[in-house]
Write a protein that binds this ligand. Structure first.
Ligand SMILES: [Zn+2]
Length: 441
């Protein structure tokens, strides 16, 4: 009997995962999930599709996942120049003050703009690093019919002032109640910006609601000194002593200053690390990750539109170069990170990090996938090497989120892109410009 399905995607090549590539394949999708994958003739015999996306001339692969993105910092684009960079730390002097100045409407358009750029680059799932207006991010997600994890900018210590931690905990609780634990995680901005009470309250909340957590950690030398002074321990050991590492799943952002003991701890606690190759290179210098001897699960984060192109294929190229430059330079090790490891970091590893059925094209997985025009990677003898080394977000053709086509032939199905662009250009840019100029004068 022929089973009816919502969608069949046909591909000249289907990358089911880094270790499984099918020539002339097809994927059957029903109820937002992949129900079957195999040779095209077999799939078309077995299923009757309401819609067929015929991409025999293209490559079908899992959509990419951004493990660390600040969707509401987009409009700082072109502001963080070399003059501002030495300002230590950048977040207390520029990023947080900027977030404080944003209006709700600006935050909404920043989220929408970020998500649109991400989708056009083939990124169909993300972990927000901590938004000042999480509700506006949720609204933007809904407008686009996109999908990801929302967190709130969570801190109660800023420039010597300490705010009430209970109020902040109540806000996270409200978000969890409104949108659910599939969509909302807890976050901590930084241990330097959170009191012990806030951190312990978050642990309690995450455990009660059985939700994940993400935090910036091991990202700044001053933070390591702060932690040694205030806790007598390095940052990951400090949060470990406060019970934070019990929370599952946990994604640490950056982690460029994790010591050997901390890397071992991350591995033992099942914590994943999100590497931001562009911003970590620019802001932090050398990275431990290219010497990832402890094999901590790592995924890749853009760190947001203020510092990066939001294109994870560009991040992968920088990761490959930086990784090689460091490992070859110091120990003449040419092996890490390989293109296959980087492909997994953008897909499968991220699924593990976020504990979601994403990042692979297999039955039972959420149908988040993209198609890529192979023109720039021909002759595509090794298709994964080709994608990591030569493709960029511009080569992405279609994006499917939870079984629904959101971007078709680079055109949004869910929104009018031109209208959003005009609104941003005509009314958001002028007010943002004033605020930014005030901030950096
Ligand atoms: Zn960040």
């Amino acid at each position: 009997m022929v089973e009816e399905v919502d969608l069949v995607v046909v591909g000249g090549k289907i990358i089911s995962s880094a270790s499984n590539i099918i020539d002339d394949g097809a994927i059957a999708v029903k109820g937002g999930k992949i129900i079957d994958i195999g040779k095209v003739d077999k799939i078309l015999d077995k299923y009757k599709a309401l819609e067929i996306l015929d991409r025999k001339d293209s490559i079908v692969l899992p959509a990419f996942v951004d493990c660390h993105v600040h969707t509401q910092q987009y409009f700082l684009r072109s502001v963080i120049n070399d003059k501002l960079l030495p300002m230590p730390p950048l977040w207390t002097e520029v990023l947080i003050p900027f977030e404080k100045k944003l209006s709700r409407e600006e935050a909404y358009y920043s989220s929408l703009f970020s998500l649109m750029k991400m989708i056009k680059n083939g990124v169909a799932y993300f972990l927000e690093a901590g938004a000042p207006y999480p509700d506006e991010l949720y609204n933007a997600l809904n407008t686009l019919k996109a999908s990801g994890i929302i967190t709130m900018a969570t801190y109660n210590v800023y420039k010597g002032e300490k705010y009430d931690h209970k109020q902040i905990l109540n806000e996270t609780e409200r978000l969890l109640k409104n949108y659910g634990k599939d969509v909302v995680w807890c976050s901590i901005r930084q241990i330097m910006m959170a009191s012990k009470e806030l951190i312990e309250g978050l642990v309690e909340l995450c455990e009660k609601d059985n939700t994940g957590i993400t935090y910036h950690l091991g990202e700044y030398q001053g933070e390591v000194d702060f932690s040694l002074t205030n806790y007598g321990k390095r940052p990951l050991e400090a949060v470990d002593s406060l019970g934070v590492t019990k929370i599952k799943p946990t994604v640490i952002a950056h982690g460029v200053y994790l010591s050997d003991t901390e890397q071992e701890l991350a591995k033992n606690r099942g914590i994943s690390v999100s590497w931001s190759p562009t911003s970590d290179s620019i802001l932090m210098g050398n990275h431990w990750l290219s010497f990832n001897a402890h094999r901590v699960n790592f995924c890749i984060g853009s760190d947001g539109g203020a510092l990066s192109t939001l294109d994870l294929l560009v991040e992968a190229k920088i990761a490959r170069s930086v990784g090689k430059a460091l490992s070859v330079g110091l120990v003449y090790d040419k092996s890490t990170p390989t293109s296959t490891e980087l492909f997994s970091a953008l897909t499968e590893n991220a699924g593990i990090a976020l504990n979601k059925k994403i990042g692979k094209l297999e039955p039972g997985y959420i149908a988040n996938m993209i198609t890529i025009n192979p023109e720039n990677i021909l002759p595509a003898i090794d298709v994964i090497e080709g994608i990591i080394s030569f493709a960029t977000g511009n080569d992405v053709r279609d994006v499917i989120v939870e079984g629904k086509i959101v971007l078709k032939d680079r055109k949004f199905v869910t929104i009018n892109e031109q209208e959003v662009y005009e609104k941003v250009n005509d009314s958001i840019v002028p007010s943002i410009k004033d605020k930014v100029l005030e901030l950096i004068k």
